[in-house]
Structure formats: structure tokens, C-alpha cells
Design a protein around this ligand. Structure first.
Ligand SMILES: NC(=O)c1ccc[n+]([C@@H]2O[C@H](COP(=O)([O-])OP(=O)(O)OC[C@H]3O[C@@H](n4cnc5c(N)ncnc54)[C@H](O)[C@@H]3O)[C@@H](O)[C@H]2O)c1
Length: 316
């Protein structure tokens, strides 16, 4: 039975990844310091270690004790706004922790495959042509974008220098069940929460800002396929190739939930945000056969069903 280690396993994408690995019979260990994640997200059957990956001894202990075949590294400080307020913390979590893990993998008797959750949405600025491919020059608008990309540089270097089987996945905007609606990112969850509360909804970029939305199940599938079949040191976009305006996302969600917005306010983009992006995932498709199974309408319908049933359960 394959053994996998999921860092950030109590977070949004990490908890779905744990579920997917368990479903195919893998033995799953999750590590998380619960900074934004929650132990409630962890599916039954996962071994959970609460700890902070900024501590170098933790990575070494995890690799020594669990001897994983694959390490999925998702733990991160993933807020653009927080990264602007506290870039040192952002660097400590996103770069240092990544290096500690890579070092532990390098020292392992049998080095595991290593898949790193990077960002496509915060790596290319506002590209002139969409969808943007991995060959577009890097351009950051936030310490978050810079730190994730620096993490990615080390991930790639460890393939070149030490022969580790590493890959990076540059995610677009991932959405789905269990994404927190009380933080700054994750518009689908934020809108759902505000629609339910009858609270005003703010459309940044005056409603015209556009992003590439990928359903979480598709993101998890990309991680698993790339860990198995990606080229060592490779970096792959994970997107649908479609840029959807935030106003349209609100419309689809409001329709799926059957709740019209109480009020909509339009505001300019916040510092660090980009206006328009969509990712070309041809490289990932060619390497692994990955393609998204959900279009935005299907993904939002599936999310809305989960959200409404969770709300009615919590009222019981
Ligand atoms: N959600 C998206 O749209 C998106 C887009 C691009 C990239 N990503 C990347 O995907 C990964 C997962 O994102 P997510 O949306 O699930 O975020 P998330 O915040 O839900 O998950 C991150 C997890 O890491 C944990 N964590 C943070 N610091 C830690 C530390 N020092 N030690 C141990 N655990 C720590 C948090 O508690 C959390 O559970 C991140 O690396 C993020 O940068 C996400």
C-alpha cells in the first residue's frame, strides 16, 4: 500500500486530497498547524500530526517515521493581503518550510516523489494574451506570489541537483466544499456565506475582474497525476483556460442557491490583486492526460448543494 504525506492536510485542498488518497487505499498522514485549517476537515482514517513545518526537526521526523512514497506539500500562508502586511511570516512559512521538507526528502533513504502546490494566479501579473502558458515571464504583485514562486524554484532545483522526483502545480482559483468563507480569498465561499446571511456583497475590480476557476476535485486529480507522471523538476499550470468575471460567478451561485443578493457594492481591486487571468494547462494535459471534469456551472451547482445541506444540518 502506498504511503502519502499531505502537508496542510487539514486545509481546504489538502483535506480533499486526503480523501482521494484514502479512497484508492493509500495510507495517509496529514500534518498541519491549524493556522487556517481545521481538524474537523480531516476524513476518518487519516493519521494526523499537529505541528509547524517551520520547525526543521518536524520534517525530518515525519520522513523518518512514515517513510512516505509521495509528499504532497500544500501547507502555506496563502493570503495575498496577509503577505503584504507580514512578508517575513509569509517567507518563513512558504519558503523555509518548503526547504526543510526538501532537505528531509533528500536525506531520506528512499527519496519520495514530491508535489508542490504553487500558484498560477499570482505568478504572471496581468498577461496580455490569455490563456497564459508556463513560458510567460514571472511577474508578482505580492510577497505571496514571490514566496510561492521561490518555493517552486527550490522544488525544481532539488530535481536538478539531487535527482528528486519533484513537480510543481501552478493552481488557478480553486473552489469547492470546505473552503473558508470568512477569509479574504475564495470568492465562491465568501459569496455563499454572504448570500445566506443576506449581507452585502463586494465585487472587487468593479465586478469585471476575471479569474480561472477550478473545482477542487479537479485540482486534487492534477496533484495525484502530476506526482505519478510529471517530469522531474516540471511546473504545470492547472486551469480551465477560461476567464470568468466575478459578477458572473455571483450570478451562477445566486441562481444555484436560489438566493438573490441583498446588495452588491463595486470596489476597485485591492493591492496585490490582478485583473484578469486564465491558465493554459496543455503541458499538464500532455504529460498526464489531465483535464478538468467540471465546468464552472457544474462545479458551482455541486458546491451549492454541499453548502445548503451543510447549513441545514447545522440548524438541526
Ligand atoms: N485555493 C486556491 O485557490 C489556491 C490557488 C493557488 C495555490 N494554492 C496553494 O494550494 C495550497 C493549499 O491551499 P488552500 O486553499 O487549501 O489553503 P488552506 O489555507 O486551506 O491550506 C493551507 C494549510 O496549511 C496549514 N499551514 C499553514 N502554515 C503552516 C505551517 N507553518 N505548518 C503546518 N501547516 C501549516 C494551514 O493551517 C492550512 O490548513 C497552498 O499552498 C496554496 O498556496 C491554493
Amino acid at each position: 500500500m502506498a504511503r502519502v504525506l499531505v502537508t496542510g492536510g487539514a486545509g481546504f485542498i489538502g483535506s480533499h486530497l486526503c480523501e482521494a488518497c484514502l479512497r484508492v487505499g493509500e495510507e495517509v498522514t496529514a500534518v498541519d498547524n491549524l493556522a487556517t485549517g481545521s481538524a474537523k476537515n480531516l476524513p476518518a482514517g487519516v493519521r494526523f500530526i499537529q505541528g509547524d513545518l517551520r520547525d526543521p526537526s518536524l520534517s525530518k521526523t515525519l520522513l523518518d517515521e512514515f517513510r512516505p512514497d509521495v509528499v504532497y506539500h500544500l501547507a502555506a500562508q496563502s493570503s495575498v493581503i496577509r503577505s503584504i502586511g507580514d512578508p517575513i511570516h509569509d517567507l518563513e512559512v512558504n519558503v523555509r518550510s518548503t526547504l526543510h521538507l526538501l532537505e528531509a526528502c533528500r536525506a531520506a533513504r528512499r527519496a519520495p516523489a514530491f508535489a508542490y502546490a504553487s500558484t498560477g494566479g499570482a505568478s504572471y501579473g496581468d498577461p496580455e494574451k490569455l490563456p497564459v502558458s508556463e513560458d510567460h515571464p514571472a511577474e508578482y504583485r505580492s510577497p505571496y506570489g514571490a514566496s510561492k514562486h521561490l518555493g517552486e524554484a527550490y522544488v525544481s532545483l532539488y530535481a536538478q541537483l539531487f535527482g528528486l522526483r519533484t513537480v510543481s502545480l501552478r493552481f488557478a482559483n480553486i473552489y469547492g466544499p470546505r473552503q473558508r468563507g470568512d477569509l479574504e480569498a475564495g470568492v465562491v465561499s465568501i459569496f455563499a456565506q454572504r448570500l445566506r446571511e443576506g449581507a452585502p456583497i463586494i465585487l472587487y475590480g468593479n465586478g469585471e475582474a476575471a479569474r480561472d476557476y477550478v473545482y477542487v476535485e479537479d485540482a486534487v486529480n492534477a496533484l495525484r497525476l502530476a506526482a505519478q507522471k510529471g517530469a522531474p523538476g516540471g511546473a504545470y499550470n492547472v486551469g480551465t483556460g477560461v476567464a470568468t468575471q466575478v459578477e458572473e460567478v455571483l450570478g451562477l451561485l445566486s441562481q444555484a442557491m436560489g438566493i438573490p443578493p441583498a446588495r452588491v457594492d463595486r470596489m476597485p481591486l485591492r493591492p496585490g490583486e490582478i485583473f484578469r487571468v486564465a491558465l493554459d494547462s496543455s503541458r499538464l494535459n500532455q504529460a498526464t492526460g489531465w483535464q478538468p471534469r467540471y465546468d464552472l456551472e457544474q462545479g458551482i451547482a455541486s458546491f451549492a448543494e454541499w453548502f445548503l445541506s451543510t447549513c441545514s444540518e447545522s440548524r438541526r
